[in-house]
Design a protein around this ligand. Structure first.
Ligand code: URA
Length: 499
């Protein structure tokens, strides 16, 4: 007998190394004692990775590796041996093994993989983050998966909640995301995660309001939301009461005389309700309730601008994307990352800029699980116009940079032609200096060889206007924002005359 250790026991590379060594040394499946990391050191046999290879490693079908990646996340202690037996058979000439669905090994592997996929799906659906008291934008979730799926599922949360700092704790493993890097560590206990937070009351109120007793289907509910996950869900506490009352609520609804349809949401004239001297925080709070167009409905939240209230440079994008909608912060997704890279290249600290969008809600089209960006219409830009105007008035930047045609036309007029006029100084109606450049998403969409790099270089060159204007002494306002020390705050310089 030889020994093969897999550490961590759910990891494909950790299993592949001994499996490959065993195959190359010609060790038959029945001669290997597979173990996870827990029993390492108790094994009597020689370590399989130390055996001398007798033959070259055979090519393994990609479908087998993909299946193995899922199977390894199952807790079944026989999974390593099962996979090695399958690998041995494939290498021995059964190249089409995976197509033989009635084969006992293939069947067992697909049962395990299916259980892992189901558990992964449940984790994506039922993880609930709670805000860490006393910290800003830091969230922790407690979850008890059936299988070893944390490493497999954590990248999903990193993509979904890219702009947040979060941790997911489970009994066997934890995952941490600091808004840039994903790291894994040991497991924890439920008490390590915060309990209820204020947002859960909000969520429960919302859930109770959208719960439709007439559509209650408890069988479906139980299969979609198995009881063992209820402990993770704030709304679960409400369910017994809502289910109990559903029958009488439906009878009441049927007995009530029909009412003429009402306009569901009154449209307040925001931001007229906000005082002229309102702070950015007050504007942001008021914008949360904005119903000036229909975009608020499918969106997760209003994404208002952020940055120092006395910033000298204001950046205006088009509208939040998927990552921004989920995190509530502008330019944190792929376009934001490219923007950050360009700023770093020219030596400007993003923390000193006020970054916002012409439209404050994500406009998208749902395609299956994916939300595809849709350009905002003029009506959406106009509806959000008062918010942008209020931000410009409050922050009072010396220079406004428009990223893309939507922002440029919102601020510089519908006749502004981005590709013809990009990278040239313009003057806003109130005398403020501005220029427009392409949107970073446009740069990301350039796929032709060379076009992507050229697009990026052009974008960076346009942004360099922030630096060059000072050198050329073009405008005191810009000089103040782009002095060699790149101070983007400081005493307000004189604004150039209206143009
Ligand atoms: N694109 C934008 O225009 N704004 C964002 O905040 C993100 C992507």
């Amino acid at each position: 007998m030889v020994a093969a250790a897999v550490d961590p026991p759910w990891d494909l590379d950790a299993w592949r190394a001994p499996a490959r060594a065993a195959l190359r040394a010609g060790v038959a499946p029945q001669d290997i004692d597979w173990t996870g990391d827990a029993q390492r050191g108790l094994l009597a046999g020689a370590d399989v990775v130390a055996l001398a290879p007798l033959r070259a490693a055979p090519a393994v079908p990609a479908a087998f590796l993909s299946l193995a990646g899922a199977v390894l996340c199952h807790r079944d202690p026989q999974r390593h041996a099962l996979l090695y037996r399958m690998l041995w058979r494939i290498a021995d000439g059964e190249r089409a093994l995976l197509e033989r669905v009635t084969d006992p090994d293939v069947h067992r592997a697909s049962v395990l993989a299916q259980a892992v996929r189901r558990d992964s799906h449940k984790m994506k659906a039922f993880v609930r983050f709670r805000e860490v008291p006393g910290e800003v934008d830091a969230f922790v979730a407690w979850f008890e998966p059936d299988q070893h799926i944390v490493d497999r599922v954590a990248p999903f949360f990193a993509r979904r909640f890219a702009g947040m700092r979060w941790a997911i704790l489970t009994p066997y493993r934890s995952a941490r995301w600091d808004s840039a890097t994903l790291a894994f560590g040991p497991g924890g206990q439920r008490a390590d995660a915060p309990g209820d937070d204020a947002q859960e009351d909000l969520w429960r109120t919302y859930y109770a309001n959208i719960f439709n007793p007439a559509r209650l289907n408890t069988t479906m509910m139980r299969s979609e939301m198995p009881q063992k996950y209820w402990k993770h869900l704030p709304e679960a506490q409400l369910l017994p009461g809502l289910v109990r009352e559903a029958g009488s609520r439906v009878r009441d609804m049927a007995a009530r005389a029909p009412e003429p349809p009402r306009r569901r949401i009154p449209v307040p004239a925001a931001p007229a309700v906000v005082a002229d001297d309102a702070s950015v925080d007050a504007l942001r709070a008021a914008a949360r309730e904005c119903r000036r167009c229909e975009l608020w409905q499918p969106a997760t939240q209003t994404v208002f601008g952020e940055g120092p209230e006395d910033a000298r440079i204001m950046i205006v994008g088009e509208q939040p994307g998927d990552a921004e909608d989920l995190s509530g912060r502008p330019f944190v997704g792929p376009a934001g990352k490219l923007f950050d890279r360009a700023l770093a290249e020219i030596g400007i600290d993003r923390g000193r800029l006020y970054v916002t969008n012409a439209v404050k809600h994500f406009r998208f089209e749902q395609r299956g699980k994916v939300r595809l960006h849709r350009n905002p219409e003029v009506a959406h830009v106009n509806a959000c116009g008062p918010w942008l105007a209020a931000e410009v008035a409050r922050v009072d930047p010396q220079v406004v940079v428009c990223l893309g045609a939507t922002a440029a036309q919102a601020l510089l007029g519908r006749s502004f032609r981005l590709m013809a006029q990009r990278g040239t100084w313009q003057v806003l109606g109130d005398g403020r200096r501005a220029f427009a450049t392409v949107h970073p998403s446009w740069v990301l969409r350039q796929r032709e060889p060379g076009a992507s790099e050229a697009g990026y270089r052009g974008f960076v060159d346009d942004l360099r206007l922030l630096l060059g204007a000072a050198d050329a002494g073009t405008a005191a306002a810009v000089a103040a924002t782009t002095s060699p020390s790149l101070s983007v705050r400081g005493p307000a310089p004189t604004r150039p005359a209206r143009g």
